[in-house]
Structure formats: structure tokens, C-alpha cells
Design a protein around this ligand. Structure first.
Ligand code: GLV
Ligand code: MN
Ligand code: MN
Length: 398
């Protein structure tokens, strides 16, 4: 099979042009934004040029379908509100290059996918959750983003492109190539990670309701300041979680909305995201109990009313043994002594696809371990090594 490395890199840079922003190679291409839809239309054209049937499903997942039964490769092409050029895009463009190369070589059949809203503008890996049946379309449609736009409204922007749902039964398995998004491979000077398992995640909105009041006249002891509630919660939660977590457990308060967000008003309401991840479901539940109890204690101490939003999540998933063995064999051949087996601390569409078929993943290094930031990058030589491992694995597992 003849890979065209120049064409692969040129396509990656072309995709970066949709929503290019910030310093370096940053992109702003959230799901269903104008840049995201334009990028998907461009990708659909590249799929057609590669001899694949380009099809958008009802939520905007884009498939490039080979005839008959095929192996599915891909990832996602939406980005975080501030993201890099490779998160998701790499897996889609590498899949496209492998699909072109196998066509020229006369097989095996490879299809390509770019899932929609992997980055969770609306939920957690929304497009592949719906496709896999983990999330009913009716439940997805009522999810709202931070700006109050519903999933139904957003996917309506792609309604004129939407075709029939794609039958998962046509695929024999799924392989997703991705950047590591962490420091392990880069720190060790290695080129390939073969993924053993993907962590589970829980995500919940928490709101403290206090009393909005005048910041000059309200004595400190009479205040019911919602932001002070969040500050106390944040100060407390690390110490409390320490009793159950390991060094692989993580938790993040990444989005905060202070209301009304004015210097001379004691905040009456603070809504924030609480997200936690771990490879063990029992530990995820223990962390949830600590988070809920801590928030309740702080609310009652400070005279705040507490509200928990819906708990969203995905379970930890183990990669398929046979597909993983194929990746290990090719990693050993392409990058001898410079690869390892490792878990994924980031979420991926592969988690959802694992409900439908065998899945496996491979990583390439992230420079300085940075991702979900404009600075995200990987040496082009490492991108090409990853492409080669993926392509050889496709022949290996056929
Ligand atoms: C997906 O990018 C994640 O949050 O891990
Ligand atoms: Mn990703
Ligand atoms: Mn991401």
C-alpha cells in the first residue's frame, strides 16, 4: 500500500484553515459552527474524490462509505471552544489517506468517519453517543449548550445535508488514531501509544443560589454570597477527594457563570461545571458521593440553596484484544523500542463505538503534553509514523 505523506499533511493543514484562530496552529471550530459545517462539506468532497459515498446522518456525523463490508477509521472534526489543529482532525485525515491508499492497492475496504460534537458542546461525545444508541435522539435534542441553544436547533443547521442513518452492521471494527493530549510519550521520547483502555467520565452542573445584594451596604456576616460558596467548595474538594483517588483520577471545574457578574453586586447565583474522570466505576461513584456531600455541607453552612443538574457520563472501556494486537505488532515494526501500551485519560468516540463493534486506538505524542489549547502540536515526523502504523495495522487485521 502506497501512502502519500505529502497529501496527508497538506489535507491536515487545509482542514486547519477552517476556523484557524489564535496563536500558532489554533482552531475555533465548535460543533455546528459555520467553520465546522464548512469543514465537513470540504471533507465530504475529499471523501467523494477518494471514491467513497459521503453521507451525513441526521445529527451531522459524516461517513465516507466504502462499498460492502469495511473497517471503519476516523475520529471527529469539531473542536473545543479554543482548540488545536490535531485533536480529532488527525484521526479523520489519517483515515482518509489510508482509505485512498487501500483503494489504489485493491483492498481491504476502509470507510471513514468524522463524528459530530465529540467535544461536548451539548453533552459528552454527542454524535457518536446517538449513533451508538447510548443516547436517544429525543434525549439529545433537549440538551442545551452554555448559550441556551438546543441540540435540535443546532443540528437543524445541517438538516439540508442530512441523509439516512448509517447501519453499523456494515463495519467489522473501528480504529481511531489520535494525539495523546498528555505528557507521557513526549516525555519518554516515544512515538506511538497503543491504547489499553479509555477512562470513564462524569459531568454535572452544580448551582449555588444565594441572595443578590448591594456590595457596599451588606455586612459580611449577613451575606449569602453564591461565589463565596463556590470558593469554599473548591478549597475543600481536593482534600476530601484525596481519601479515594489515585494519581490517574482527575477532576475539573472548567466553566463558571457568576450572576449577575458585576463588581458592586454580591453574587446571587453561581453555576459551575464539575467533571471527574477515572478508569474505575466504583471510584467514580465514590468521588460523586464526596462531591455531593461537600456541596451540601457548604450550602447549608452558608445559607445557600443547592441544585444539582443531570449527571452525564460514559463508562470506562477496554480495547479489543485482536485489534490491539494488530496495532502492537505494527507499532513494534514501524517504531521499534519507541512505543508503549498506555491508557487514555481523554475521552474518545471509540468509547461509544465499542457498544457496536471491536475498537482500538493509537496515539502519537503531543509536544509538551499540551492539548485543548491553541499551542497543541505534534512533530510532522511523528504524525507520519502514526499514519504508517495505522495503515499497516489495517492490512494486519483484515
Ligand atoms: C475530549 O476531548 C475529552 O474531553 O476528553
Ligand atoms: Mn478528540
Ligand atoms: Mn478534545
Amino acid at each position: 500500500m502506497e501512502l502519500d505523506r505529502g497529501r496527508f499533511l497538506a489535507d491536515l493543514h487545509r482542514l486547519r484553515g477552517f476556523g484557524a484562530a489564535g496563536v500558532g496552529k489554533g482552531v475555533v471550530r465548535p460543533a455546528y459552527s459555520a467553520a465546522d459545517i464548512a469543514a465537513r462539506q470540504w471533507l465530504a468532497g475529499r471523501m467523494r474524490e477518494a471514491g467513497l459515498e459521503a453521507r451525513f446522518d441526521p445529527v451531522g456525523n459524516l461517513f465516507g462509505l466504502a462499498a460492502g463490508r469495511s473497517l471503519l477509521l476516523g475520529s471527529h472534526s469539531d473542536s473545543q471552544p479554543q482548540g488545536g489543529w490535531l485533536d480529532g482532525a488527525l484521526g479523520v485525515v489519517a483515515a482518509l489517506e489510508v482509505a485512498r491508499a487501500v483503494q489504489a492497492a485493491g483492498g481491504p475496504a476502509v470507510s471513514v468517519v468524522s463524528f459530530q460534537d465529540e467535544e461536548g458542546r451539548f453533552g459528552v461525545t454527542t454524535g457518536s453517543s446517538v449513533w451508538s444508541g447510548d443516547l436517544a435522539l429525543g434525549e439529545a435534542d433537549v440538551l442545551v449548550d452554555q448559550g441556551g441553544v438546543s441540540f435540535a436547533q443546532a443540528r437543524g443547521l445541517m438538516a439540508d445535508l442530512a441523509g439516512e442513518p448509517v447501519d453499523p452492521g456494515r463495519f467489522s471494527g473501528y480504529i481511531e488514531m489520535h494525539i495523546e493530549q498528555g505528557p507521557v510519550l513526549d516525555g519518554a521520547g516515544e512515538q506511538i501509544g497503543v491504547v489499553s483502555d479509555i477512562v470513564g467520565i462524569r459531568d454535572m452542573q452544580i448551582t449555588f443560589h444565594g441572595q443578590q445584594n448591594h456590595a457596599g451596604t451588606t455586612p459580611m456576616h449577613l451575606r449569602r454570597d453564591a461565589f463565596q460558596g463556590l470558593a469554599a467548595f473548591n478549597a475543600e474538594i481536593n482534600a476530601r477527594l484525596a481519601s479515594v483517588v489515585t494519581d490517574r483520577s482527575v477532576w475539573t471545574i472548567g466553566h463558571v457563570a457568576v450572576s449577575p457578574n458585576a463588581s458592586s453586586i454580591v453574587p446571587g447565583r453561581v453555576e459551575f461545571s464539575m467533571q471527574w474522570r477515572d478508569g474505575d466505576v466504583d471510584r467514580l461513584a465514590q468521588m460523586e458521593a464526596i462531591i455531593r456531600t461537600t456541596a451540601q455541607e457548604i450550602a447549608s453552612l452558608r445559607g445557600l440553596r443547592l441544585e444539582f443538574g443531570a449527571l452525564l457520563g460514559l463508562e470506562p472501556v477496554v480495547m479489543d484484544g485482536a485489534l490491539r494486537a494488530g496495532l502492537e505488532a505494527t507499532a513494534g515494526a514501524v517504531a521499534p523500542g519507541r512505543w508503549r501500551v498506555m491508557p487514555s485519560g481523554a475521552l474518545h468516540d471509540a468509547t461509544n463505538v465499542a457498544r457496536l463493534m471491536p475498537v482500538a486506538m493509537l496515539f502519537v505524542p503531543s509536544i509538551n503534553g499540551i492539548s485543548h489549547a491553541f499551542e497543541e502540536d505534534t512533530h510532522e515526523g511523528d504524525l507520519v509514523v502514526g499514519l504508517e502504523v495505522l495503515a499497516r495495522a489495517v492490512s494486519e487485521v483484515r
